[in-house]
Design a binder for this molecule. Structure first.
Ligand code: F6R
Length: 612
């Protein structure tokens, strides 16, 4: 949700910032801007639209500066427009600010400032914050750093800010609460960004800034302080990420690349943990806390969106294998109701980005009730991973496409490994089933590879149905959450209205939608409910709906009935979601692409939702 990037050092700042903004564009792309410390003072350039539009508008301009800040926006306060784009300028033009987050008490701060005679050029909370800092700097404090500190103590909400000061052009002042900020340490230079992707090509040494910390960043000095003005020692970590991981590698879109990476990402996720030959699952972050899981009176999964769907699959798997009651909660609902959380409850927070604001706050709330926090997270060093008492990374690598694909399958793989491990330790499955499930998980990367080989078939199906107005996705049991996920992917990427339902619920309402033009996607691999879902498909056919079915290879009964089949290799029903989701990801991708849409940057969305 908004990407920010900044540089101070001997290089030309603009190309570094521009490249960084392109890498961070998945976080928001309705406007972009830069502020540069040029010789004549701060120059601000900003534009509605994508970063490439900003770039085009600046061709031929000198843009010489050794420090600067940049921003790519996902609008919260104020519509996408040139004037609401960041950076914003102070009244005297000597300060410029970029901000990611929401200042909740901006209205009262704005009233105060208006009474003092300030006027505003934008509708944003960011301009209010900047002018609030400016006012304190002009009247109450000796330094800009102190003014920022005083201002932030009055601010309610979430933020990462970076401030550029004409009077001290090489020094950037940054602060964080609730939104992410990473600082890359180079030789005589520093790079600041919302995540590490703009930084890795320059340095692998980074410092993750914590909530309520401020950074005073000069080319050759990094000072960290808390809001009480005490110095904090920067904790330097090494980035474990390669540049290739954040480039398209010959694919037309990141989403397609990430779908095709899944044999490798699931393999990477299992590697070093699941040993099919030895029949073992070793998980460094889980093993020391295994007793907490085996003795858990309840597991509460907290997540949003696609990660919530992974939680739903895990609910079925944990209850089946471990006999532990599981509840799967939307973090955004959980945090605002008055849920019953007891000591002995395990919170399992699932998140690709590790920065989703609702999930973070919901975890914090559960922690206060004494729950043990377990995180299943993709982004190493992210806020959720740091807030968790223990956890397991999904090791899917950077996911850039806004629609989540490879992170989902990696989440499923981790959650299944944990469930199998806990069940065996608890004695709720015997050794035979334990070894069988390990073997089934081990075979997943190869089976995903087989599914990807049928991409042309899926592409043809996409071409045939791309103009449909609505889609229905139906599944039962372990495949019900996959129906939800398939519908979500289609909505996000193609803007076609799609609904996911448990197949048996169809008769309680959605069947009214069925007509000749309605494609109904069945997720119907061979499992305990196979006969039942076959009957549901017959009911759709009887009403002239079109049936597209994800089926197990060689399932003639379904093949006979369906208009289109998308076969996947046979697998244990519990493991099947790792396979059945793949054709649905591809179907959504090919439909979105056939409609000429920007599948990597679907409208109105942003990759990591750091505001509630
Ligand atoms: C859908 C998608 C979102 C995220 C959701 C949670 O394709 O990407 O629904 O799954 O915003 O994000 P994380 O997993 O980062 O907490």
């Amino acid at each position: 949700m908004c990407g920010i990037v900044a540089y101070t050092g001997p290089r030309e700042a603009y190309p570094v910032i521009l490249k960084g903004l392109k890498r961070l564009e998945y976080r928001g792309y309705d406007s972009a801007g830069v502020a540069l410390s040029e010789e004549a003072g701060i120059a601000v350039h900003k534009k509605k639209g994508k970063v490439s539009q900003l770039e085009e508008s600046l061709i031929g301009k000198p843009l010489n500066a050794q420090s600067g800040i940049g921003h790519t926006r996902w609008a919260t306060h104020g519509e996408p427009s040139d004037r609401n784009a960041h950076p914003h300028r102070s009244s005297n033009g000597k300060l410029a600010l970029v901000h990611n987050g929401i200042i909740e008490n901006f209205a009262s701060l704005k009233r105060e400032l208006v009474n003092k005679g300030y006027s505003f050029e934008s509708d944003t909370d960011t301009e209010v914050l900047l002018k609030f800092i400016e006012d304190i700097y002009n009247h109450q404090s000796e330094s800009l750093e102190e003014a920022v500190r005083i201002a932030l103590r009055r601010v309610v909400g979430a933020y990462v800010i970076i401030l550029l000061n004409e009077e001290d052009p090489g020094t950037l002042i940054a602060a964080r609460k609730g939104s992410p900020l990473v600082i890359g340490i180079g030789k005589g230079e520093h790079f600041l960004a919302s995540d590490a992707s703009p930084i890795i090509e320059y340095t692998k040494e980074v410092v993750y800034i914590n909530d309520y910390e401020m950074a005073i960043v000069k080319p050759d000095e990094l000072i960290l302080k808390n809001l009480g003005n005490d110095k904090v020692t920067p904790f330097i970590t090494q980035l474990d990420m390669e540049l290739a991981a954040i480039e398209k590698g010959g694919f037309e879109h990141f989403m397609l690349k990430e779908i095709f990476e899944q044999p490798t990402t699931v393999f990477d996720c299992l590697r070093g943990r699941l040993d099919a030959k030895e029949g073992t699952i070793t998980m460094g972050g889980v093993d020391p806390h295994l007793d907490k899981l085996t003795n858990a009176s309840r597991i509460i999964m907290l997540a949003c969106g696609t990660s919530w769907h992974a939680g739903l699959v895990a609910e079925y798997v944990f209850e089946e294998l471990c006999r532990i009651p599981v509840e799967v909660e939307y973090a955004s609902e959980f945090r605002y109701r008055n849920p019953v959380v007891r000591e002995g409850d395990i919170i399992l927070a699932i998140s690709q980005s590790g920065e989703t604001a609702d999930t973070l706050v919901a975890m914090d709330m559960a922690k206060k009730h004494g729950a043990f926090l377990f995180g299943v997270v993709n982004v190493v060093g992210s806020s959720i991973s740091r807030m968790s008492n223990a956890g397991a990374y999904t090791h899917a690598g950077p996911e850039i496409g806004v629609a989540s694909t490879k992170a989902f399958t990696a989440q499923l793989a981790v959650l299944m490994m944990i469930a199998i491990k806990v069940a065996y330790a608890k004695g709720t499955i015997d050794q035979k089933r334990y070894l069988h499930l390990i073997g089934e998980l081990d075979a997943v990367p190869g089976k995903i590879e087989t599914i990807l080989e049928s991409k042309e078939r899926i592409q043809k199906t996409a071409e045939r149905y791309k103009d449909a107005r609505d889609f229905l996705y139906l599944g039962r049991g372990y495949n019900f959450p996959i129906a939800l996920e398939g519908a979500l992917k289609l909505k996000e990427i193609s803007y076609i209205h799609a609904e996911g339902y448990p197949a048996a619920e169809m008769k309680h309402g959605p069947i009214a939608l069925v007509e000749e033009t309605l494609p109904v996607v069945f997720v119907a691999t061979k499992d305990a409910y196979h006969e039942k879902i076959l009957s549901n498909a017959q009911e759709i056919k009887a009403r002239k709906g079109k049936v597209i079915a994800v089926i197990s290879e060689g399932d003639d009964a379904f093949a006979f009935l369906a208009d289109e089949t998308l076969p996947v290799p046979a697998a244990d029903e519990l493991i099947a979601p790792l396979l059945t989701v793949i054709p649905l990801q591809l179907l959504a991708y090919y439909i979105g692409n056939a409609k000429g849409l920007d599948v990597d940057k679907p409208r109105n969305l942003a990759k990591s939702v750091t505001v509630e």
